[in-house]
Design a binder for this molecule. Structure first.
Ligand SMILES: CC(=O)[C@@H](O)[C@H](O)COP(=O)(O)O
Ligand SMILES: NCC(=O)COP(=O)(O)O
Length: 250
């Protein structure tokens, strides 16, 4: 079963925000991605709204509801009260909780499931009671006990943080070690009943090996590498290239 591809629109929004102008239009690129066969859209609104703005969320929700009802909306972020209210107002199919500090340039680690067990349990319960699937950002470090603790929060999935793997683009031996750790984390998560997503710095080049080691991967969310490729190949063609790397197209 190929992994689903959720296209992250953060980089498009970041480009838009360079000027006080409405382009590139995130909804337009969301539409192009879904027309090209992406399974869903991902956004990671950060408190300073430096890329996705809170006002983008209802527009993207309406795009999916009105034109692509089979697609999924995935909202990622740190579960502050503001973020939780945003999710409750938008009702995405999936919320991915990420332990980001507001000052972080980008996400760079998964949850400490021991230290945040009760906090996560409460937040996961709150979101799930409103019908949202919940995924928890997790380090791919092979820690079996951490996956048990992730499961104990009531979450449905983990999202493997693949940044360290993505950073090995020029070091195949290191990449193989990272794949092994990610694979062992995924095995442990699947064994306790969690489904497994993955994201961060995934590319057309590094996806196939990840897919081969974790064939049960449910979804990948990709923005940075996809937007970079789109400058060369165009947005729709790039989505198709990533779908091919996910095993969706021959
Ligand atoms: C949760 C995660 O992995 C991040 O990749 C994130 O969604 C991207 O965030 P930025 O676009 O802000 O770097
Ligand atoms: N969850 C990861 C994501 O949405 C996109 O990460 P990246 O491809 O922008 O690194």
């Amino acid at each position: 079963m190929p992994a689903k591809l959720s296209v992250n629109l953060n980089a498009i929004a970041m480009l838009r925000n360079r000027r006080d102008l409405p382009w590139p239009d995130v909804a337009r690129f969301g539409r192009i991605a879904l027309e090209a066969g992406a399974s869903g859209l991902t956004v990671h609104p950060r408190p300073d709204q430096r890329h996705i703005r809170f006002s983008d969320l209802p527009v993207l929700r309406a795009l999916i509801d009105d034109s692509f009802p089979q697609a999924e909306f995935n909202i990622e972020g740190y579960p502050s009260e503001d973020f939780l209210l945003l999710c409750e107002a938008t009702e995405p199919e999936q919320v991915t909780l990420v332990p980001d500090d507001p000052s972080q340039a980008t996400s760079d680690h998964g949850w400490d499931f021991t230290g945040h067990q009760s906090f996560l349990t409460e937040v996961v319960g709150r979101l799930k009671s409103k019908g949202m699937r919940v995924s928890l950002f997790a380090d791919g470090d092979g820690d079996v006990d951490a996956t048990r603790k992730a499961r104990a929060t009531g979450a449905d999935r983990i999202e493997l943080y693949t940044g360290p793997y993505g950073g090995c683009y020029d070091d195949p031996e290191k990449a193989a070690r990272e794949i092994d750790l990610l694979g062992r984390t995924a095995d442990a998560a699947l064994a306790v009943g969690l489904a497994v997503n993955a994201g961060h710095d995934l590319t057309v080049a590094n996806l196939p090996a990840l897919m081969q080691r974790i064939p049960a991967l449910a979804e990948v969310s990709i923005g940075h590498g996809l937007t970079a490729d789109a400058l060369e190949f165009g947005f729709a063609e790039t989505v198709r290239r990533f779908r091919r790397a996910c095993g969706q197209l021959a």
